[in-house]
Write a protein that binds this ligand. Structure first.
Ligand code: ADP
Ligand code: MG
Length: 252
């Protein structure tokens, strides 16, 4: 069986600095796969290369057997790959409801210019998505005024509005308190199961990583130095030396 997402010999350099070095990687349908590695290892760049936010210098990205290398982000989304960003990416002055509604309109090719005329579009689906991420009671609040953890919940609803098969989450718990982190991961866990989503995520909290991943890949200086089942990665001597160390024991 071929992988859902298949990446071959992917490179990205920024004027001589290599951020992605010969990465070959498969994402299997239905799995939860964590990409871990220190700051600057190239995790976000790797996501940007998959979602068309950056063009690779060399190599290929295939999705469902189709070459999607270098195609623009809006087309990648249409194929079924949605993502969240490491930095919050919402419309801060719009309401929570409108943020999701606009995402649904954009999926349907309805432009923002129509927004004022079409405020009653997708109401049921918007409410359903807000309910899914636990934001129904905050629907009329201004998005930018939500607590940080709730803004991340909203981002998740926006990503789900694309009705994706694959969800790419870049540091979904960054900046969260331990309680918020626990809640966020429970939410991701439930939603991916309910919707049968394939999940690729980056995460610095090793408890989270080892708690929900089927497989883990370790990036170091843009290169995958280990990839496999959580226990294999945890016990990999090079991974322990370079990155995990005591964290691996703490998460055991
Ligand atoms: P991570 O997400 O693992 O922290 P990044 O992918 O953000 O790492 O960055 C990997 C390396 O690539 C870093 O050294 C970063 O400075 C560099 N980098 C990322 N984006 C750019 C860019 N647009 N131009 C130049 N260098 C970049
Ligand atoms: Mg990053």
């Amino acid at each position: 069986m071929s992988a859902l997402l298949s990446i071959k010999n992917l490179w990205k350099d920024f004027g001589g600095f290599v951020a992605t070095r010969d990465v070959t990687f498969d994402l299997e349908e239905g799995e939860r796969h964590a990409i871990i590695g220190p700051n600057g290892a190239g995790k976000t760049t790797f996501f940007n290369l998959i979602t068309g936010h950056m063009h690779p210098s060399k190599g290929s990205v295939e999705f469902r057997g189709k070459d999607i290398t270098g195609i623009p982000p809006h087309k990648v989304v249409k194929l079924g790959i949605a993502r969240s960003f490491q930095r919050i990416n919402i419309f801060p002055r719009m309401s929570v409801f409108e943020n999701v509604q606009v995402a649904l309109m954009s999926r349907e090719g309805q432009s923002l210019k129509m927004f004022k005329l079409c405020f009653d579009l997708h109401v049921a689906e918007t409410n359903q998505l807000l309910d899914t991420v636990g934001l129904l009671t905050e629907a009329e609040e201004t998005a930018g005024e939500l607590a940080y953890g709730k803004q991340k919940q909203l981002e998740l609803a926006i990503a789900l509005a694309e009705n994706p098969d694959v969800l790419l989450l870049d540091e979904p718990t960054a900046g969260m308190s331990p309680t918020e982190t626990g809640d966020a991961i429970k939410l991701v866990d439930r939603i991916t199961k309910e919707r049968g989503l394939t999940l690729l995520f980056t995460e610095h909290d090793m408890g989270v990583v080892f708690g929900i991943s089927d497989r883990i890949s370790v990036l170091h200086h843009g290169e995958i130095i280990a990839s496999g089942l959580p226990d294999d990665v945890r016990n990999d001597p090079e991974v322990r030396r370079i990155y995990l160390g005591e964290d691996a024991d703490a998460a055991a």
